[in-house]
Design a protein around this ligand. Structure first.
Ligand SMILES: Cc1ncc(COP(=O)(O)O)c(C=O)c1O
Length: 418
């Protein structure tokens, strides 16, 4: 089979494909594996009940059932849904949006494919531009999305040690200034994999840099603001006409509905929609049909505030407590959990790499994600990148507790070899 350059890049072996294959085959070989590796949201009965009732109501009504299954949605997404969402965001934050500022996508991942390649890669004057990630480590799913090579650049963060085995990454603005030929800045907030939530000050600073460079600031709100609100710190949702905010229904509990949302200036939405028409023709109807009433009534906020955020906050605190109990005096650090569904652990000076630790844990029936995969766009040597793992705490609490004990045993063994 002779593949094009695109075929070679996308159909061949990429980091994310290899990792996903490995995680998938590990689960097939051992169905009892403790799965702390994926991005699946937790199961919250209250939230599941809301979507189940909504689905039952749709299925019981022939007209709604037909519009769910029997019609193509417009490539920008159902107008009523976009109006409802714009109305909700305006009422809450005064962003002055209309339906023309919103596009729906088949999952936010597919929106990133289009947006990133719209702003970076080879420009019409042949100048290459990158998507710059101001705070590495960042979401693994960006890693292979570029149509051209060397698509990402990133700034290494500064590290603040907070005591009690906690630490926090900050954007190192002094080095961010060095980044050249950038097409857009992008941050996930809360950040996958670390659970970091960029402060309001960091966001305004990034906004000012993006404006000064005449490039957009892309904010990936898959876990955050304003929904599903898996945020444990004080943080204000950020949007203005130089920001592209991507949202998703996945972490609300609907990853199977594949619904992403892009909020941006009208000309950006028009460009995005044109590209989305070529790639996807239309968006799925399921997510908007299930969620629209939540935006209209504002219930989306109370679901996040009263159910989703407290559930993940409690889980994160439990997971930190279990790690503290199990890791004892080992030289470990945990990124302060400020949001999202993961803990990010840093084993300073560990004599084995995080990849080796991942392999050993897999043998022991625990799946995590080795941290080096998340340093997308950061090319400099830095031992830290091989000293971290990402652990999800969203699955069954007993399984997470057993997983934590096994991780601690393997880490202790690794340090014992020193
Ligand atoms: C930070 C972040 N952004 C985007 C996505 C993509 O989500 P989806 O395509 O399900 O909307 C994920 C999925 O885990 C994520 O963690």
């Amino acid at each position: 089979m002779k593949l094009s350059a695109f075929g070679e890049k996308f159909a061949g072996n990429s980091g994310i494909v290899e990792l996903m294959d490995d995680l998938g085959s590990a689960l097939r070989d051992n169905p009892d594996m403790i799965f702390m590796g994926g991005g699946n949201p937790g199961r919250l009965p209250v939230v599941e009940a809301v979507f189940r009732q909504r689905l039952e109501a749709i299925l019981a009504d022939p007209a709604q059932r037909h519009s769910l299954f029997g019609v193509y949605q417009s490539p920008q997404g159902d107008r009523d849904f976009r109006n409802q969402l714009a109305g909700f965001l305006n009422r809450q934050f005064g962003w002055g949006l209309g339906a023309e500022n919103i596009a729906v996508s088949n999952g936010s991942q597919s929106a990133f494919f289009i947006l990133y390649n719209m702003f970076a890669g080879l420009m019409p004057d042949e100048e290459p531009r990158t998507i710059h990630l101001p705070l590495a480590p960042e979401y693994i799913g960006y890693g292979d999305i570029g149509l051209s090579a060397d698509f990402f650049t990133a700034t290494r963060p500064s590290i603040e040690l907070l005591g009690d085995h906690l630490f926090k990454y900050h954007v190192d603005f002094s080095h961010l200034a060095d980044a050249k030929n950038i097409g857009a800045l992008c941050v996930s907030r809360p950040t996958n994999p670390t659970g970091n939530v960029l402060t309001d000050e960091e966001m305004s600073h990034l906004d000012a840099i993006a404006r000064a460079r005449h490039i957009p600031l892309i904010v990936d709100g898959a876990y955050g603001l304003p929904f599903p609100n898996i945020v444990f710190t004080e943080a204000t949702p950020h949007w203005n006409d130089n920001t592209i905010l991507t949202l998703s229904l996945s972490k609300l509990g609907l990853p199977g509905a594949r619904t992403g949302i892009v909020v941006a200036r009208e000309d950006i939405i028009r460009a995005f929609t044109n590209a989305n028409t070529i790639v996807n023709l239309a968006c799925g109807n399921m997510g908007p049909a299930l969620a629209r009433a939540l935006f209209d009534s504002g219930e989306i906020l109370s679901l996040g505030r009263d159910h989703i955020e407290p559930w993940y906050r409690e889980r994160s605190q439990l997971a930190v407590r279990w790690f503290r109990e199990q890791l004892g005096d080992l030289p470990y650090h945990i990124h302060r959990p400020e949001g999202a569904i993961f803990l990010w652990l840093w084993f300073e000076g560990m004599p084995i790499t995080s990849q080796e630790l991942y392999q050993r844990l897999k043998q022991r029936g625990v799946l995590v994600v080795p941290g080096h995969n998340f340093f997308v766009g950061l090319n400099e040597e830095w031992p830290h990148r091989n000293e971290c793992i990402r652990v999800s705490y969203a699955s069954d609490a007993d399984a997470v507790k057993r997983g934590v004990a096994i991780i601690a045993e393997e880490v202790a063994k690794a340090y014992a070899a020193l």
